[in-house]
Every structure is written in C-alpha cells, then in structure tokens.
Design a binder for this molecule. Structure first.
Ligand code: CP
Length: 315
C-alpha cells in the first residue's frame, strides 16, 4: 500500500526516511527492469512530460527523456534559447502557457534557488526539481543513494566523504541530507575556501586535510570543480587542486580495499580524480548514470500514479 503523499518532487528536505526508502525500493525494481526489458513498457502511455532546462545538462535531461519514453510517455524538450522567454515572457507566464498544453509532469532546472517551489505554488501539473541554484538536486541524490544501496545493501553505519566545492554544490546538500536520513554519516572536505562552516547545519563534519577525511570512509564522493568559478580565487589553479584535493593513483593505493568512488558528473578527469580511476572496478560513476534512469522512472511513475493531484486545486 502506497503512502506517497506529495504532488511534486522539490527537494530531499521535503522527504522523510519512509519516502526515500519507498522511492529507492521502486527504483531498484526499475533498475532490474532495465537489465531485463530495456525496450520499455507502456505503463504511462498517454501522459506528457515536459523538460524545461535553463542550465546545461547531459545526464539529467537525457535520462528524464529516456525514462519517460521507456514508460510510454510523450516527451517534449523546451528549447529555452528559442522560446518566448528570450522575448521577455516571464517564467510564470511561460509555465501557465505550458499548463494549457496539458503536460502531466514538468522537469525544471534553473540557476535560481527556489524556482521549483515557486512554480509548484500555481502549477496545474507535477513539478520535479532537476537542480535549482545552490539549493538542491534531489534526483541526483536519489540515484546516488540507489547506487550505494545496490553496492552495500545497507546505509546504517556507512561513512561517506564528500570532497570538493561544497560551497556551490546543490548535489552535496541533497546527498548529505538523504544519506544522513537513512543512517549514514557524512564528512566534507576540500579547499577550506569551498567548505563553509554553515554546512555543519546539515549534520555533517568538516575534516581537513582531504587525506584525513577519506582515511576511514566507505564512499569517497568527489564533486565537480566548477571551472566557471576558477577565476574567483577559491584555489590557485586546477593543477594545484589536482595535487592537493584530487584523488590520485598514489593515494588510491592506500585506501582501495575499503572504498568506492562516486562522482555526479561531468568529471574533470585528472582534476577531481585521476584519469584512470574513473573506470576503476571500484568506481560507481557509470553505474550512477544507469541508476539515474531507474530513479527517474520511479519518480515519474510515483507522481503520476500516486501523487496528489495539483490540478484539482488550481488553474
Ligand atoms: N550530475 C548532473 O546533474 O549532470 P548533468 O548536468 O549532465 O545533468
């Protein structure tokens, strides 16, 4: 019996342990389904998914599109660059206009924190947050949790180090909340300029240097260095970042028997992690992508089949 009681997926902060476990259980079934029936099904035939991405994306946008199609949905990708947003139409009017075209789910990524919550106030369809500003990236956290669950078969007692640009990372925030909710413990590390004290409010511990943070953990989760921020002076150069904060082959030799490597992608090979470690047998990076497809199928299916109906209240 379902206990799902949300109309939207806006953030990990809105979910409790039971919600997360419910989605992971269903996503795990879809992960098996992908092994056995990769051509899909017609579970959501007749439903419409719209992707509205204001920031670049390969994994999230493509996997939502494929997830929808594997479930039999129609999928439309709005090209923001040639939309009427470029003629000055407001986000509110854009979304109200899309609403008249009767989508069932809108997946949105935006550089401004809080946009999914804002849209959910008046949207007549389900909203899924595909990343908002510095705030949350809940589907990334859920796919990371699925990859961890499938490798370790538990969360209780697991330890994770999230390393890198914590300051600007919506991935780190969502993942730390979700992993903690399920019973894991998180430490964060990286250049001290990119690991703010406020992150401790999420129940995580700051540990320096990086070698100390990753010494006794089960998962090393490396964050992308956002090259667009490199000139802001948070660290001297990519070369020095790689030398002091990246996971090198030499250091890997000291921890390789106990740890798995994760990264949300896209990876700067040779910066956050050595070139060859991306494809190491204890790297879950490619499995994370497949788990992303399964998680997004689970989210679409859950919202459409079991979610509260936003259109009963609005429009
Ligand atoms: N991890 C992630 O969100 O990747 P994309 O930006 O490619 O979607």
């Amino acid at each position: 019996m379902s206990k799902w009681r949300h109309a939207h997926l806006l953030g990990i902060r809105n979910l409790d342990k039971e919600d997360i476990e419910y989605l992971l259980e269903k996503a795990d079934s879809f992960r098996e389904f992908l092994e056995n029936s990769p051509k899909g099904c017609e579970e959501l035939k007749g439903y419409l998914l719209v992707n509205l991405f204001f920031e670049p994306s390969t994994r999230t946008r493509t996997s939502f599109e494929i997830a929808g199609k594997l479930l039999g949905m129609q999928v439309v990708n709005v090209d923001v660059e040639v939309s009427s947003l470029r003629k000055g139409e407001s986000l509110r009017d854009t979304v109200r206009t899309l609403g008249r075209l009767k989508p069932d789910v809108l997946v949105v990524r935006h550089s401004a924190s809080g946009v999914p919550e804002y849209l959910a106030q008046f949207s007549p369809f389900h909203i899924v947050n595909a990343g908002d500003g510095l705030r949350e990236h809940p589907t990334q956290a859920l796919l990371d949790l699925l990859a961890i669950r499938r490798f370790f078969h538990r969360f209780e007692g697991l330890r994770m180090a999230i390393v890198g640009d914590i300051l600007h990372s919506r991935v780190a925030r969502s993942l730390a909340m979700g992993f903690g909710e399920l019973g894991g413990r998180v430490v964060v590390s990286g250049p001290p300029t990119l690991v703010p004290r406020e992150v401790e409010m999420l129940g995580v511990k700051r540990v320096f240097p990086v070698e100390e943070a990753i010494r006794n953990v089960d998962v090393v989760y490396l964050l992308r260095i956002q090259r667009e921020r490199q000139d802001a002076g948070y660290f001297p150069s990519l070369k020095e970042y790689a030398a002091f904060f990246g996971l090198s082959d030499a250091y890997w030799e000291k921890i390789k028997d106990q740890v798995v490597i994760m990264h949300p992608g896209p990876v700067n090979r040779g910066v956050e992690v050595s070139y060859s470690l991306v494809e190491n047998e204890r790297s879950l990076i490619e499995e994370q992508v497949t788990c992303g497809l399964a998680v997004r199928m689970a989210i679409l299916e859950t919202l459409i089949r079991e979610g509260e109906k936003p259109w009963e209240k609005r429009f």
